[in-house]
Write a protein that binds this ligand. Structure first.
Ligand SMILES: Cc1cc2nc3c(=O)[nH]c(=O)nc-3n(C[C@H](O)[C@H](O)[C@H](O)COP(=O)(O)OP(=O)(O)OC[C@H]3O[C@@H](n4cnc5c(N)ncnc54)[C@H](O)[C@@H]3O)c2cc1C
Length: 162
């Protein structure tokens, strides 16, 4: 297996294709990771959530990390890591255009609100869910990809048959 670096363009293309990844945030030296959908545009990843732990943590510490991948086999994969800064697109005049733009981007996916609202059903509170639109501004992006050797290609083909 050969591992090589992906270009910035290849990393961005993977993020755009995949549209979901794992969001890492941290508070008081405690990391927390959850899967999340996003829409990649330029140097930004736009996300939708309802108020819960990850939003509370990112409000307190806006330094976040997102990882996304495409794994065909253990010898054939691509993985992208983004470091970035959380910015909440508040429901106010200042952020109105950016929020509208984010919702237009989200609308390209069916039932884009479902993951966020469904998550609220298990929270133990009496109030209505509080929607949150946010953006991760990418500050650094890296990607690695693995390609199988000839023998590993044959092994993958054999394993897929069975
Ligand atoms: C493919 C995929 C896409 C998703 N996309 C979105 C999205 O776009 N927006 C969105 O808001 N949510 C999405 N979710 C759900 C998301 O992963 C979280 O479960 C959800 O957002 C709640 O996170 P929270 O920090 O608000 O947790 P809270 O509701 O505050 O939950 C408190 C605790 O519950 C546990 N918990 C929460 N989520 C998970 C989890 N996923 N797995 C195991 N334990 C958990 C943790 O211990 C957490 O600290 C997606 C999930 C999947 C699998």
């Amino acid at each position: 297996m050969q591992v090589s670096e992906m270009s910035g363009k290849e990393c961005r293309e993977l993020l755009a294709r995949q549209g979901w990844g794992r969001l890492g945030c941290a508070l008081d030296n405690q990391p927390y990771i959850v899967p999340i959908y996003f829409v990649a545009e330029g140097d930004s990843l736009f996300c939708f959530a309802t108020l819960g732990r990850k939003i509370e943590w990112m409000r307190a510490n806006p330094r976040v990390c997102i990882q996304a991948d495409e794994i065909r086999s253990r010898y054939d994969w691509k993985s992208v890591v983004v470091f970035g800064r959380y910015e909440e697109l508040l429901d106010d005049a200042e952020h109105e255009q950016a929020r509208k733009h984010a919702v237009t981007l989200f609308s390209q996916r069916d039932a884009w609100w479902e993951g966020a609202y469904a998550s609220d059903e298990v929270r133990k509170h009496a109030s209505d869910p509080i929607p949150v639109v946010f953006c991760v501004h990418m500050t650094q992006i890296t990607g690695l990809e693995a390609e199988p050797d000839a023998g590993q290609v044959a092994l993958d083909v054999a394993q897929q048959k069975w």
